[in-house]
Design a protein around this ligand. Structure first.
Ligand SMILES: Cc1cc2nc3c(=O)[nH]c(=O)nc-3n(C[C@H](O)[C@H](O)[C@H](O)COP(=O)(O)OP(=O)(O)OC[C@H]3O[C@@H](n4cnc5c(N)ncnc54)[C@H](O)[C@@H]3O)c2cc1C
Length: 325
């Protein structure tokens, strides 16, 4: 069995298949195994020693890990398909939502993952791989009010940022579960993380309009405005309008875009295996099997960005389904 991607979905599938007596090889493009457990979730929330302990146990139990193996680029995906009875795709949902406003290309405007992944590398004395991004003494603006944004806040505080502002285009969520989100739906309610408690200004109903740069092409400010959301007719997308006179410029010499992830990378392994995608760009499956016989998918690559526990369950269920063919 070959597993491509070593986040929680790939790891839980590997453990399950190995326990059932299959030979399992996990391919990972990074130099270390773990996916977003290692290079996404900040190490002040999940220490690498915990990941290493689990990986060592799995290796001792017989799972083979091949790192620095980018399938679809350095390693041919069709070759893997020929060499193994079953292939599991667990590469995550890695394409971030961008913000194509004027000034997006200025220096100092980064996707959140460029900042967070690099910070975990720094905290664990690993090669940073890209130009250093550090928030010390910076006016940081985090665009996006979700969990990834919260992780940028916590990391910026640890770097010693001069100020941290988090802006969100959506309205402030309700304190309690609203009637239109009954259990067991995940309730979209107001959450304040420990990172927020450590210090940051949070604002909702904010439209980000322009990154303003200095003469060296570096971001120095952000033009924003307040908005009001209008009630949408059934079946229509909600719309908003700008509050007249609310436009203003706030200091910003480092901006992190944390507005969610769109779907997995469509090129590389998915293209080489000619795997069909659903209308959201995730891998389309039926009982975890893709349109290609013997090729399965699990985790964020199949569902879109979710949570670790959900991906662990996905990996186990996918392993179970792949043993049935
Ligand atoms: C910043 C951040 C913080 C988060 N915090 C939390 C949290 O606190 N709690 C929580 O429950 N969830 C959290 N999540 C969500 C959670 O981390 C993800 O839902 C989960 O890790 C997805 O697991 P996965 O196995 O599907 O993919 P991933 O963890 O994304 O792992 C995919 C792996 O596949 C590898 N890969 C991809 N393509 C290839 C290829 N072609 N060849 C070889 N390898 C490949 C990648 O390098 C990566 O290692 C967070 C997410 C982010 C971005």
């Amino acid at each position: 069995m070959a597993i491509i991607g070593s986040g929680p979905a790939g790891l839980s599938a590997a453990e399950q298949l190995n326990s059932a007596g299959h030979s399992v090889t996990v391919f990972e493009r990074d130099e270390k195994v773990g996916g977003l457990l290692r290079f996404g979730i900040p190490d002040f929330k999940l220490g690498m020693d915990i990941i290493d302990r689990k990986i060592n146990l799995m290796a001792e139990a017989g799972v083979e890990f091949v790192v620095n193996a980018h399938v679809g680029k350095d390693v041919n995906a069709q070759q893997i398909r020929q060499d193994y009875d079953v292939v599991l795709l667990t590469g995550g949902s890695t394409v971030p939502r961008d913000l194509p406003i004027p000034g997006r290309d200025l220096k100092g405007v980064h996707f959140a993952m460029e900042f967070l992944g690099q910070n975990n590398r720094r905290a664990n004395n690993m090669d940073l791989k890209t130009e250093e991004i550090h928030a010390k003494d910076k006016h940081v603006v985090v665009i996006g009010g979700g969990d990834t944004g919260s992780d940028c806040v916590g990391t910026s505080n640890r770097h010693g940022a001069k100020s941290i502002t988090q802006v969100e285009i959506m309205p402030i969520p309700p304190e309690k579960r609203p009637a239109n989100m009954p259990w067991p739906q995940y309730p979209m309610i107001m959450r304040t993380s420990t990172s927020h408690e450590e210090g940051c200004d949070r604002h909702w109903n904010i439209l980000t309009k322009e990154f303003i740069g200095d003469d060296d092409g570096k971001v120095k400010a952000l033009r924003i405005a307040d908005i009001v959301w209008k009630d949408a007719a059934p079946g229509e997308r909600p719309s908003f309008e700008e509050v007249a006179g609310s436009e203003r410029v706030i200091p910003c010499d480092q901006a992190f875009l944390a507005m969610g992830f769109l779907h997995p990378e469509p090129h590389g392994v998915l293209a080489q295996l000619d795997v069909a995608l659903d209308d959201r760009g995730n891998v389309a499956t039926k009982d975890f099997q893709t349109n290609q016989k013997g090729v399965f998918a699990a985790g964020d690559m199949r569902t879109g960005q979710s949570l670790v526990v959900r991906c662990i369950n996905e990996g186990r269920e996918c392993a179970r389904a792949s043993m049935n063919i």
